[in-house]
Ligand binder design. Structure first.
Ligand code: PLP
Length: 430
C-alpha cells in the first residue's frame, strides 16, 4: 500500500487549478453523455463550458468512439511522415471547409504548438522577426506562443519565461471597457484599425512577419469584432505585406455558427490554426493551415519538421468522424439557437444590476459582472486571491448542477456548451 499523499499547502481554489495535486478536492468527473457529465458521487452537471471549450460534439459520441476504435484495431500509430487514410481524408475535409485560400495543413498536437509552428513558418516565409498580437488574447503556453498571449492573468507569468523577442501587442476592438473612444461599432472598427496601422508603421512594416489574432476573443471574453474591422485588418496586411494568421483554436468547428469564426467576417486569412474541436476533444490533435505558396516556399527552404504525434492516426480518425457530426446538424443547431441564446443573456442584463455586459456569438458567450454603483469590476483581475464573485458564481452554479468557465480576466463568466445543447438547456443554464 502506498502512503496517503501529503495535504496540499497551496491556497488555490479547489476547482480551478490545472496542477494535478493528489490531495486536491476538485471535482472528479467519471462519465459523460451529450451535454452532461457525472462526478464520482453520481452527481450530474450540465457542461456549459465543454470542459475547456473543446467537447464540441458532446460527450459519449458513439460515431467518434467507433471511428477511433476501428483505427486502433487496424493500426494504432503511423509515422507523421507517412500517409494514413484518416490523415489524408481529414486534410482533404479541412481544406474543403476552411476559408478558400487555405489548402495545406501541418498537423501537430496542441493549440500552442499550432501557433508556435504558424509563427515559425510566417517568420521564415516573410524573413521578418516580429509577430503582432492583441492585448486580451490567449494563444498558448509554450515559449513562443506564450509571448503572444495578451490577457492580464496569463501574460505575466508566461512572459517571465517566454521568448518575448519579436512579440508586439496591439489594442483589440473591445466593445465593453474599450480602450477606444467610439460611439458606434463602425467608429470602433475604424479607431481600432487606425491604431493597428499606427503600430505597424512605428514598428516598421518590414520587420513584421504576421498578425496573429483570434477572430472572436475566446477566454478573453467572447468579444466579437465590429463589422468592417477584419476587412480593414486584411487591407492593412495586404498594403504592408504582412501575413494574417487567425487562431481558431476555440472559434473553429462550429462554435460560433460557422465552420470557422473568420468566415463570418468573410475575410480570407493567410494561415489558420486549430486544435480543441477538431476531434471534439476525443484525442489531442491540432494543425496549422496555410496558403499553398507559403507551404511551398518554406518547404523548399528546408523547413520539413514534424512532431512524433502530429496527426496521430487515432486523432485523425476522431477528426473525420467529428467533422461529419458538425456537418450533420450540429453547426445548424448553433445557428438555430443563436438568437435565443443572445435574448436570454440580454434579459439577464436587464434584470440584474451586477450584469454589466453580455456578448459573444453562437455557443461562445460571456457575462461581464461589475459593481452597479461604480461600474468597476469587483476585484483586480491581476490578483487572483480566491476572493472573486465570479468564482463564487461558478461555484454556486456548480452546486446547482451547471458548469461555467471563468474568463481571463475573471471578471466575466464564460458560457460555451457543446454544440448539441438545446434551447431548454440554455434556459436552465441562464
Ligand atoms: N489559442 C487559443 C485561442 C486557445 O484558447 C488556446 C487554449 O485554450 C490555445 C491557443 C492553446 O491551446 P492548447 O491549450 O491546446 O495548447
Amino acid at each position: 500500500m502506498l502512503d496517503d499523499p501529503p495535504e496540499s499547502d497551496t491556497d488555490a481554489p479547489a476547482n480551478i487549478t490545472h496542477w494535478y495535486d493528489p490531495s486536491s478536492t476538485a471535482t472528479t468527473i467519471t462519465d459523460g453523455d451529450g451535454t452532461r457529465v457525472v462526478d464520482d458521487d453520481g452527481t450530474e452537471y450540465l457542461d456549459f463550458v465543454s470542459q475547456l471549450y473543446c467537447v464540441n460534439a458532446g460527450h459519449g459520441n458513439r460515431a467518434i468512439v467507433d471511428a477511433m476504435t476501428d483505427q486502433l484495431q487496424r493500426i494504432q500509430y503511423v509515422s507523421s511522415a507517412k500517409r494514413t487514410p484518416a490523415r489524408t481524408e481529414l486534410s482533404r475535409e479541412l481544406a474543403a471547409v476552411a476559408p478558400d485560400s487555405l489548402s495545406n495543413v501541418l498537423f501537430s498536437v496542441s493549440g500552442s504548438e499550432a501557433n508556435e509552428l504558424a509563427m515559425t513558418i510566417a517568420r521564415d516565409y516573410a524573413d521578418a522577426p516580429k509577430v503582432l498580437s492583441r492585448w486580451r488574447s490567449y494563444h498558448g503556453s509554450t515559449y513562443g506562443a506564450g509571448s503572444t498571449t495578451g490577457d492580464p492573468e496569463t501574460r505575466e507569468p508566461l512572459e517571465a519565461h517566454a521568448s518575448t523577442s519579436g512579440a508586439v501587442k496591439f489594442l483589440p476592438p473591445m466593445s465593453y471597457d474599450s480602450p477606444f473612444d467610439a460611439d458606434t461599432p463602425a467608429e470602433l472598427a475604424e479607431a481600432a484599425a487606425d491604431h493597428l496601422e499606427f503600430v505597424i508603421k512605428n514598428e516598421g512594416p518590414d520587420t513584421i512577419a504576421a498578425i496573429l489574432t483570434e477572430p472572436i476573443a475566446g477566454t478573453s471574453g467572447a468579444y466579437t469584432a465590429p463589422p468592417g474591422y477584419f476587412e480593414r485588418v486584411r487591407e492593412l496586411c495586404d498594403e504592408y505585406d504582412i501575413l494574417l494568421i487567425v487562431d481558431e483554436v476555440i472559434t473553429g468547428f462550429g462554435r460560433c455558427g460557422d465552420w470557422f469564426g473568420i468566415q463570418t467576417a468573410g475575410v480570407e486569412p493567410d494561415m489558420l490554426t486549430f486544435a480543441k474541436g477538431v476531434t471534439s476533444a476525443y484525442a489531442p490533435l491540432a494543425g496549422t493551415m496555410m496558403r499553398p505558396e507559403i507551404a511551398e516556399q518554406v518547404r523548399s527552404g528546408g523547413f520539413d519538421i514534424g512532431q512524433t504525434f502530429g496527426g496521430h492516426p487515432v486523432g485523425c480518425a476522431a477528426g473525420v468522424a467529428a467533422l461529419e457530426e458538425y456537418a450533420d446538424g450540429l453547426i445548424e443547431n448553433v445557428r438555430a439557437a443563436d438568437d435565443a441564446f443572445a435574448d436570454r443573456l440580454s434579459a439577464l442584463e436587464r434584470t440584474h444590476d451586477v450584469v454589466a455586459d453580455v456578448r459573444g456569438r453562437g455557443f461562445l458567450r460571456a457575462v461581464e459582472f461589475a459593481d452597479p454603483e461604480t461600474g468597476a469590476p469587483f476585484h483586480d483581475p491581476r490578483v487572483d486571491d480566491g476572493d472573486n464573485p465570479v468564482r463564487d458564481v461558478i461555484d454556486a452554479a456548480g452546486d446547482r448542477g451547471v458548469l461555467f468557465g471563468a474568463g481571463r480576466p475573471a471578471t466575466q463568466l464564460m458560457l460555451a456548451p457543446p454544440l448539441c445543447a438545446t434551447t431548454d438547456e440554455i434556459d436552465t443554464a441562464v
